[in-house]
Design a binder for this molecule. Sequence first.
Ligand code: GSN
Length: 224
Amino acid sequence: MPGKPKLYYFCGRGRMESIRWLLAAAGVEFEESFLETRDDLLKLEKSGALLFQQVPMVEMDGMKMVQTRAILSYIAAKHNLYGKDLKERVLIDMYVEALMDLDELLMRHPFQPADKREQDLANIVDKATNRYFPVYEKVLKNHGQDFLVGNQLSKADVLLLEALLMAEECKPDILAKFPLLQSFKARISNVPTIKKFLQPGSQRKPPIEEKDIPKVMKIFNVAQ
Ligand code: GSN
């Protein structure tokens, strides 16, 4: 019996959070090893575990996997969250790549200098409501199914729900003009594995707190 996947990252969302979401949605239990200091990252690097000297890294099925998108695709393919044919798969990837672009904006937001946060938030809300959400609203309308692609859950549904909830944290009424995204949110939140992940005490991570920002910046050696 292979062991549980082990996730190496800091104890926060960042790029690992979508991987946590997808594993949880697939009903896969996982363990986590949290980087607390830059030294922890350097040690991991020196051990040869990080192909490109970066995390996220997931030890799974006898491999040390890196690159967020590659890891997400592996989990999706392994757990039947990647459509039924190549055309469904490319649609799922198209929807997911756009969500990754939006996630990147959301992920970087708390790390913006204080005097740029308001402008940054306005840009996020603009992109979410004018570029991304109208597309998913239309897809749901035209497709007429419970899910974005085909008639079964895929990594696109999981990552869309994650993005919707993060966007609502930025602006609670951000879904006001998107009735189908609101019902999608309620429906996908009710998938049993996801429902469990949304409950307190799960491995889902909260938004980063102001006090933890310098620590994370030190681990990754980034200047603000
Ligand atoms: O998606 C990916 O996994 C990669 N294309 C990017 C991973 C990455 O940028 N990792 C950063 C941490 S910030 N977000 O997760 C990282 O490991 N930086 C350390 C370094 O020395 O570059």
